[in-house]
Design a protein around this ligand. Structure first.
Ligand code: OAD
Length: 238
């Protein structure tokens, strides 16, 4: 991370009248939540189709439930880090208008962000896959079925093979179209359709990521570094 780059981003933020932040799993790793495609990521160990797909829910429910229960339990003690709090502060101060996230952990909201669009749903909300009835997360973790219809319980996350929540998607899309600055943080941009969002703005695009991303050349500015340290450095200058 070079000083010139953080200064440039701070200037962009100050001069922008509509800024959208788009985050991925790399936003939460410094809170202790693993990402998916890094060396320590979930998908280095497990094939996503076996645990995070419609097929897994239908045909391999015990493994599906074990995977999401493990993640849910791990989230119980997790807290947002300084980077999440800086984003929330920027929103409060009128510097950020929307936080679109692929993360299902709720850490942006926990840090105080309000205008959050959860593009891949939320792991903290449990519902029946059959009738949609809501349930407590303990019921899911202990393997109970739906009180109303005996259907399978599941977290309200987007599985491979499912559509994105349309209200969140439409709202994020509208913000991106209006934006004159989109800051993308901690995502490999490998998953469609969120991967398309940075190309849907006429505004400037900035990428903050620890490792190189293959689409980095499409961005106006790329900053290689950890989300927390980059956001901290930029916050000192806005
Ligand atoms: P990935 O794991 O694909 O990408 C995370 C990116 O964040 C990687 O490029 C890392 O280098 C980077 N990274 C990790 N720690 C970082 C840090 N502290 N600071 C900055 N960058 C960091 O995660 P996503 O792109 O979010 O979907 O994955 C998208 C979707 O794929 C997820 O929502 C999930 C997954 O399958 C579903 O399960 C439907």
């Amino acid at each position: 991370m070079e000083k010139g780059q953080t200064k440039k981003l701070a200037e962009l933020i100050k001069s922008s009248s509509h800024t959208v932040i788009l985050t991925g799993a790399g936003m939460s790793t410094e809170s202790g939540v693993p990402d998916f495609r890094s060396k320590e990521g979930w998908w280095k160990e497990i094939d996503p189709r076996t645990v995070a797909s419609v097929e897994a829910l239908e045909d391999n429910y015990p493994l599906f439930r074990e995977f999401y229960s493990t993640r849910l339990k791990a989230l119980q003690t997790v807290q947002p880090h300084e980077g999440h709090k800086i984003i929330a502060k920027w929103e409060k101060n009128g510097l950020v208008q929307c936080v679109a996230t692929q993360n299902v952990d709720g850490l942006h909201q926990k840090a105080g962000s309000i205008a959050v669009k959860e593009l891949h749903g939320s792991i903290r909300k449990i519902r029946c896959n059959q009738c949609g009835n809501e349930a407590a997360k303990e019921q899911f973790i202990t393997g109970e079925s739906c009180n109303a219809c005996r259907g399978k319980l599941r977290p309200s996350v987007v599985l491979f093979g499912e559509l994105l929540p349309q209200i969140a998607w439409q709202s994020a899309f509208q913000h991106i179209q209006k934006a004159d600055l989109v800051i993308v943080i901690g995502t490999s941009l490998e998953v469609y359709p969120v991967s398309e969002l940075p190309a849907m703005t006429n505004g400037k695009t900035v990428l903050i990521n620890k490792d190189p991303v293959w689409t980095a050349h499409h961005f106006f500015l790329t900053i290689e570094g950890n989300a927390k340290e980059v956001l901290h450095a930029v916050d000192e200058l806005v």
